[in-house]
Design a protein around this ligand. Structure first.
Ligand code: ZN
Ligand code: ZN
Length: 420
């Protein structure tokens, strides 16, 4: 099994779990908010006279779970792209500042809105509608559960956006996480069935360039208008906004101006922003540059067959490991030992000394570090987990230089101390 396939298969279960959890958490959050605030004000913000049925919800949930599965099949390709160097996903905080983080997220949302608007319009073409988009429009009165209620071909079209975008714009892992959260929240808000945005989202108000529940609900109720996802820009520019949108939104939120009814969007967005902040804090805490008890340093492999130096990587985040010294640095004819087992014939002339064999080591669960290790013995790359035990010992799991499975490395300074 080749390396890319291994990365794909090991990334996929996590991606699937995250895509599924994101949908379930987002839709459950919105359904709970609707239930909790229904009598307190959301009932009079209901957008259609018709009620969604239990059968509607069941269909929406099953189709959405299928979509999360399809998202993960394409999403795991992102992990392969990152590993192969086709795309760049920054980890830790040493590579990008907060400005880049916020700027790239904003750019990703605008790009996604543009992508969505045009593929959505295309899918409404009579030749494409039945195959791609009819499933989503079976929800004439949408509920939050309709967020990912797509036919398989439509799910594939939507899943393609993130990998395509990453080909052009490097993103930070935290930015991608925030994108996923914003995306599902705006999605379940658009399908809430009752207007959950505050009057501040009204046309002409300071947040009026955003779509609202009324905006997307009108799309489900009437079809051929309001194709946008997050923003109104494209619908306004292309003249596809529903002519009654502004009046309908103002009418539905009007009582709020006169009473002290809660601004629901605040109640939805505040937890989302808090979640992003917590996730950010966790990522900063996990930042390899901040972790002081990492495995950096020089280490001797068993039998002092090799000395490997672990240090911050040159071109990516995390730690990388380089062979600095070999017990048998030359072959029987006195020539430097080369990377002769490499699957890539063009790399076989590389000397082993100076070769980078550990890459992308980042903090993982329980104080361990996880990354990739290249084994020159068989020319294969494996997953590796490293755990520092005290000052002098590094436990390695995986397949490493000369031996597979578990190995103990000793710090080179402990060896030199013993030689003195
Ligand atoms: Zn549509
Ligand atoms: Zn929809």
């Amino acid at each position: 099994m080749n390396d890319a396939m291994q990365v794909y298969l090991s990334a996929w279960p996590t991606v699937w779990a995250m895509d599924t959890a994101r949908y379930l958490v987002g839709a459950t959050l919105m359904a709970t908010i609707l239930a909790l605030f229904w009598k307190a004000g959301l009932a009079r913000r209901k957008l259609q006279a018709r009620d969604a049925t239990g059968a509607d919800r069941r269909r929406e949930i099953l189709a959405s779970l299928r979509t999360a599965f399809i998202f993960s099949l394409l999403g795991a390709i992102v992990a392969v792209g990152d590993h192969q160097g086709w795309i760049t996903i920054y980890k830790g905080f040493q590579k990008v500042g907060p400005l880049y983080l916020v700027g790239s997220l904003a750019l990703m949302l605008v790009a996604h809105d543009t992508y969505f608007y045009w593929v959505h319009r295309a899918m409404h073409h009579r030749r494409l509608f039945a195959l791609f988009h009819r499933t989503h429009h079976l929800s004439r009165t949408p509920t939050p559960w309709a967020a990912y209620s797509f036919a398989v071909p439509e799910a594939i079209v939507h899943a393609a956006f993130v990998p395509l975008f990453l080909l052009f714009v490097p993103m930070h892992g935290l930015g991608l996480l925030a994108f996923g959260i914003v995306q599902i929240l705006r999605n379940v808000m658009g399908h809430a069935g009752a207007e959950v945005h505050s009057a501040a989202f009204g046309p002409g108000r300071w947040l009026g360039w955003n779509n609202t529940t009324t905006h997307h609900d009108l799309h489900h109720e009437t079809g051929r208008t309001n194709y946008g996802l997050y923003f109104r820009f494209w619908d306004k520019l292309m003249g596809t906004e529903h002519p009654d949108y502004c009046a309908k939104f103002e009418a539905i939120v009007a009582p709020e101006a006169k009473t002290t009814s809660p601004a629901i969007a605040g109640r939805v967005l505040a937890p989302a922003i808090a979640a992003i902040a917590v996730a950010g804090a966790l990522l900063i805490a996990a930042d390899p540059a901040r972790a002081d008890e990492g495995p950096a340093g020089r280490w001797a492999t068993p039998g002092v067959a090799a000395i490997v130096e672990l240090a911050p990587c040159n071109d990516t985040s995390g730690l990388c490991g380089t062979i600095r010294w070999l017990w048998e640095a030359t072959d029987e004819k006195g020539r430097p030992r080369l990377d002769t087992q490499n699957a890539d014939a063009t790399l076989r002339a590389r000397p082993l000394v100076g070769l980078s064999i550990l890459s992308g080591l980042a903090p993982a669960a329980g104080g361990s570090w996880a990354g990739r290790i290249y084994n020159p013995e068989d020319g294969q790359t494996y997953r590796a987990t490293l755990r520092r035990v005290g000052n002098d010992t590094l436990m390695i799991e995986g397949c490493v230089l000369f031996i597979c499975q578990k190995q103990v490395w000793r710090s080179a300074s402990a060896l030199t101390a013993a030689l003195r």
